[in-house]
Write a protein that binds this ligand. Structure first.
Ligand SMILES: [Zn+2]
Length: 253
């Protein structure tokens, strides 16, 4: 599928994909699921020092698909799953720089643990409703990451519909605000999944396909760039500047 010409002609937008930020020993597997606080701090310092524009997901989607202006060197910060550790470890660093971010919440597990993680991963605590509302008041955007974090494409249409529609309604009730963005758990989706997300009236959906957001074939299949535990500043620079082309295979998970 060809990318929209207008989006390709715009300045490149990198949507970065993080999961947990905290203090971790080097993991052997699932390296894109962890970012050490020290690395995260230097990555945010890097964005600040080199005049990147950290924009909201709303601004990025409006710029790419609704013909609104996009600043040069645009970066969107996204955090999947809504880990409780975000509040303690990532948020103070973001606040220090005045950076905004989008967190994707598994609405059926608010205040519980990441039960879907594999046996070799610690089933980390997920944000409570109180933390979520506090961060929302502080300017963080929230999107839906389904109700229970399943692989959506393997579910019946009615089960997919429930995951996509109900999570939006639950989060909107909690935040008293429209929830505009969806993120596919595991980056897994099929044609029906994508159509249901559109029918539910989301403004965008993010995948785990790698590339600049400009290479999205439509607003419901937007690529991102995963930041891995091993990314030092050289690797970070490389991801921001180079890996713009769309890679068809999902990266890592
Ligand atoms: Zn996830």
């Amino acid at each position: 599928m060809a990318a929209p010409r207008s989006a390709q002609a715009k300045p490149a937008v990198s949507i970065l994909r993080y999961h947990q930020v905290g203090y971790f020993a080097a993991p052997r597997r699932h390296r894109t699921c962890y970012c050490h606080v020290r690395r995260f701090r230097s990555q945010m310092n890097y964005l600040k020092s080199f005049d990147y524009n950290v924009i909201s997901l709303d601004e990025a989607v409006a710029g790419l698909f609704d013909d609104r202006p996009l600043p040069p060197r645009s970066v969107v910060l996204t955090f999947d799953d809504g880990y409780e550790g975000f509040h303690e470890h990532a948020f103070p660093i973001l606040a220090q720089h005045g950076f905004t971010a989008t967190i994707f919440i598994v609405t059926g597990l608010v205040g519980r643990c990441a039960e879907w993680l594999s046996a070799d991963q610690v089933k980390a605590p997920l944000m409570s409703a109180e933390t979520l509302c506090e961060l929302h008041r502080a300017g963080i955007t929230f999107g839906s990451h389904s109700n229970t974090h399943p692989r959506l494409s393997g579910l019946s249409v009615s089960k997919q519909r429930d995951q996509i529609f109900r999570s939006k309604a639950v989060l909107e009730e909690l935040l008293a605000e429209e929830v505009r963005h969806f993120c596919y758990p595991y980056g897994d989706y099929g044609r029906q999944t994508r159509e249901l997300v559109e029918e539910a009236d989301y403004a965008s959906a993010l995948t785990c396909l790698r590339g600049a957001a400009n290479t999205a074939p439509n607003r419901f299949e937007i690529p991102r760039k995963a930041i891995s535990f091993g990314d030092n500043l050289v690797g970070y620079f490389w991801k921001l500047h180079m890996k713009h082309q769309r890679k068809v295979q999902p990266a890592d998970r």
